[in-house]
Design a protein around this ligand. Structure first.
Ligand code: 9YT
Length: 128
């Protein structure tokens, strides 16, 4: 059994900060359990486009308000506490945060921590 508190990850290599979001990776590929699990905050007033061509991601909002756009269909959806979106077809998507959005995210295959977004905003597939 492994027990972690989010605050223990602050400013470690598991705490990834970009201009529009910060993500603390609580479970990574190195844990060897088949998924990764992240606590991501998307900052109020920002717009972020994501495309995980090599991963399936589920994102569960546990705080804040925003809007999700499926960039492939143009559909938009409100995001509030309790909204879950599942990117089961690797959809390119955009998140607009009205307030700070707190998201619990899980990836399969797991993120290893070594990915950087490539020129298309895609994480490459890296396995442990
Ligand atoms: C909301 C969202 O897509 N979060 C993804 C996790 C974050 N980009 C990360 O940990 O790399």
């Amino acid at each position: 059994m492994r027990v972690t508190h989010l605050n223990d990850l602050d400013d470690t290599e598991r705490d990834i900060k970009s201009e529009t979001w910060r993500s603390r990776r609580i479970v990574l590929g190195r844990e060897g359990v088949g998924f990764s699990f992240h606590d991501t905050v998307i900052y109020a007033g920002t717009t972020s486009t994501f495309w995980y061509a090599n991963h399936i991601e589920a994102v569960y909002c546990v705080g804040g308000e925003g809007e999700l756009t499926n960039d492939e269909t143009g559909e938009t959806f409100p995001i509030t506490d309790g909204t879950l979106y599942l990117l089961d077809k690797h959809e390119k998507h955009t998140v607009r945060a009205k307030t700070d959005l707190r998201m619990a995210c899980t990836f399969n295959p797991p993120v290893t921590g070594r990915e950087v977004h490539d020129e298309n905003g895609v994480y490459p597939l890296i396995t442990e």
